[in-house]
Design a protein around this ligand. Structure first.
Ligand code: FRU
Length: 496
């Protein structure tokens, strides 16, 4: 049954989504039909198509009572809008349907598992919101919430867990069982990831298996949006810690995303760590979620936004929040590698290429410009002579530009949007360490899509993303080097 609150959201979306023209939003990155969007949710395969839900407040460009918006796609690039899936319309989620995930059951139903948020009256007369896990079942468009909701509550937490912070279930299926990892906060104030299990034929009856891992106040506070999966023979736990404190060039302050590799044992539910690393080096990246495609690819999508700057919405914009391009993940030499889904290559056109050109003073290369492009620059540094900085400026006109700068003397790569025209005092620049490859070269793949830049370095060893709100007529690209470099360029427009 469709509640009044859900129907209202669906009607509102239908009425307003078309008030945003195609040119007012990115062309292949997911944005909300109207209003506010944060985390990707329920990124999964259902009946042979990829479904993507998201934290959604259609009524304004600010975070508000969370609904789940809904898209589906066949190729991760062109998305079809579906009606709002669930709304905060029940006792157990009246303050919001927070993040969660989805799975296809063997009986043909699509199951959603999400965090229901509802108020509890404290003894001192004030209200505080409780978080518990809920489920809903549907056909890929309409969902019925379970009468047994909430199906995981404080009584299912270890005694040190917190009902105020118990959220973001990521569910998967193994043989005849369902598993879910869920974040909570321990008595030391920092995050932990719990593992729960249910039989597939009793998907409302879950039990606690183990604690998968915990922060111990080393990697930020509350751990949000966990995801646990096997990749290239390693187990990978990705989570988004709140309130991290910067460490060297690896981790930045605030909400960050970490990847922990190791081993996981289904019998005991124990996870043993091998390596901890940041997932991204850019400015705007949070709350990623992954799915496994039928052809065996692990694909990750994330909110291309930082919480701390999310109140600054460009003037006049009727949507806020976008997702990264879905990225194929692999593990190489123990490190997480990410590259744009290969399907984007089907939309390439107007190829322009240059080989082995000398770069010195700032130059434009004929045919190399645009704001919806896929560009790869391979930079060969002189082996004998120490080279000076190499700079690519993009989204550029007389007033504005953003830049990617590599300093070969100290192996530092900087993404900077200080001069992108965004009139707020927020983080505009990040620097990471990047080594040149065996040929003393550096490969920079840059995806631009009107309102964003995503950079993939050395075939995905590092990635950096940032939202960009530069006027669209700023579409020049220039190259400059203070040393001896040779440059190869391959550039495509992307057409949809
Ligand atoms: C992460 C998050 C989740 C929560 C959701 C609420 O960005 O804080 O932990 O479920 O957003 O919108």
């Amino acid at each position: 049954m469709t509640s009044e609150i859900l129907q209202q959201a669906r009607d509102y979306e239908n009425k307003n989504a078309d008030s945003i023209t195609k040119e007012e939003r990115p062309s292949f990155h997911v944005t909300p039909p109207i209003g506010w969007m944060n985390d990707p949710n329920g990124f999964s395969v259902y009946k042979g198509e990829y479904h993507l839900f998201f934290q959604y407040h259609p009524y304004s460009i600010k975070w508000g009572p969370m609904h789940w918006g809904h898209y589906k796609t066949k190729d991760f690039i062109r998305w079809e809008r579906l009606p709002v899936a669930i709304a905060p319309d029940s006792d157990f989620d009246i303050d919001g349907c927070f993040s969660g995930s989805a799975v296809e059951l063997s009986d043909g139903r699509q199951m959603l598992m999400y965090t229901g948020v509802y108020p509890e009256m404290l003894e001192n007369g004030t209200k505080k919101t409780v978080q518990a896990q809920c489920v809903a079942f549907g056909d890929g468009i309409n969902y019925e919430k379970s009468k047994l909701n909430p199906i995981l509550t404080e009584k299912d937490l270890p005694e040190w867990g917190s009902k105020w912070d118990f959220r973001d279930p990521k569910i998967w299926k193994k043989d005849k069982d369902l598993y879910a990892v869920i974040g909570t906060r321990t008595t030391d104030g920092s995050g932990a990831i719990l593992l729960y299990k249910a039989a597939e034929d009793a998907p409302e009856k879950w039990t606690l298996v183990s604690t998968v891992d915990r922060s111990n106040n080393e990697y930020g506070k509350m751990w949000e949006c966990p995801d646990l999966f096997m990749l290239d023979g390693k187990w990978v736990l990705i989570t988004s810690p709140q309130n991290m404190v910067a460490k060297g060039l690896e981790y930045h302050n605030g909400h960050d995303v970490i990847c922990i590799t190791g081993n996981f044992d289904y019998e005991t539910g124990k996870f043993t760590r091998e390596n901890v690393m940041p997932v991204e080096g850019g400015i705007d990246f949070y709350a990623p979620q992954t799915l496994l495609t039928p052809d065996g690819r692990r694909i990750m999508i994330a909110w291309m936004q930082a919480w701390d700057s999310s109140k600054f919405v460009p003037k006049g914009q009727k949507w806020f929040g976008m997702f990264t391009i879905p990225r194929e993940l692999t593990i190489k030499n123990g490190c997480l590698i990410q590259n744009p889904v290969r399907e984007i290559e089907n939309y390439r056109c107007n190829k322009v290429s240059y080989k082995n050109i000398d770069i010195k003073e700032e130059v434009k290369l004929p045919g190399v410009a645009g704001r919806i492009i896929d560009l790869t620059a391979t930079v060969y540094f002189d082996k004998k002579e120490a080279s000076g900085k190499f700079v690519i400026k993009f989204a550029q006109n007389e007033d504005f530009y953003s830049s990617i700068t590599y300093d070969p003397a100290d192996n530092l790569l900087t993404l900077d949007r200080t001069y992108s025209g965004f009139p707020h005092y927020i983080v505009h620049s990040r620097t990471i360490e990047v080594k040149r490859n065996e040929y003393n070269s550096l490969k920079l793949r840059i995806l631009l899509d009107r309102n964003s830049v995503e950079l993939f370095v050395n075939d995905g060893e590092k990635a950096m993303s940032a939202a960009l709100y530069t006027p669209l007529d700023a579409d020049s690209i220039t190259f400059e080097s203070k040393g001896n470099v040779k440059l190869d360029i391959e550039k495509y427009d992307l057409k949809f």
